[in-house]
Design a protein around this ligand. Sequence first.
Ligand code: THG
Length: 367
Amino acid sequence: MFQVFPTARLRPSPFYAAAVAEGMTAASIYSRMIMPTSYGDPEAEYWRLINGVSQWDVGVERQVQLKGPDAGRLAQILCPRDLSTCKVGQGKYVPLCNHRGTIINDPILLKLADDLYWLSIADSDIWFWASAIAAERGLVVQVSEPDVSPMALQGPKAEDVVAHVLGDWVRGLKYFWFRETEINGIPVAVQRSGWSKQGGFEIYLKDGTRGTELWNIFKEAGQPWGIGPGAPATAERTESGLVSVGGDTDDMTNPFEVRLGKYVDLSVPDDVVGIQALRRIKAEGVRRHQLGLVLEGEKPAPLGFQRDSILREGQRIGMMTNCVWSPRMKANIGYALIEAGVAAGEVVQVHRDDGLVAARLVELPFL
Ligand code: THG
């Protein structure tokens, strides 16, 4: 047992005190912040997400704000997805790539105004990247990290809870669309989004001094629906086929390898970072692709990234990037990043601490 304490560098989220009060038992580090990952009963937390409503401190999803006359131009230069039709109030999932076409982050982009965007980022430092590219291209735009921290409500009953707090208009919000509003004078943006496929909303808190207050408003409002604390759930996201950039990807992974090619528009302007490489990769075809793995037996496999961990007839053909017990499939499942010639339906061997275990390759998502 060890403890990690918040410091100026390991910043607590505005919901940290609430998470501790809820009985947080485990946490991870994400964007140099503490992210609660469990409250002591992972099984109950999983079923609450599948059947009810779960409340998550995802303040680690930091915003990179682009503000100024060239904000829209910078957003498009950073994103190999066409943003020309993106409306104010709309969000879009946008894999970001470097000049070689390698995925470096996969934010949700929010267009707050014609001259104001947020990139709601995953775990890498896009603030440096965006400001460097803006400066190199001579753009008139300020890049900053605003005081904005999301809290998620996920699960089939999330909509009822959010409508109870905010009104029935939230039921009409389309996927990834959002609206700025206030809750008891607390400034927020409310978006239909979240890192699960169970449906739900994210409440972006715009005043970091009011995290506990906002947390408790939803905690109390959610009582009739059995709300409880939870966190982005590895089992659910794996079953649902969501990609974790940095977890399921390495320093050579392009979007086409991990089923994110549908978020790349090859017709975006030539000055979009990475687009030339992405066009070349698309023309040449990928060398690897992502499939699901269903392991034989009930013994858990080690979590996480293992290079060359998948074998076929003694040959190393790829790696298992993630592995978790699926309560709904009653099996250990994971993702393979594997040679493109290897197809779903084949049986391979996966390295485990006690030797090799057989695994069947399947198409994603599992469910
Ligand atoms: N919410 C917010 N910010 C975030 C995340 C979030 N930043 C970091 C991280 N999560 C970004 N990653 C993802 C990955 C997938 C999705 C959202 C954020 C997602 N994908 C759907 C899918 O793949 O099926 C839908 C994509 C689509 O159809 O456009 O939801 O969770 N604020």
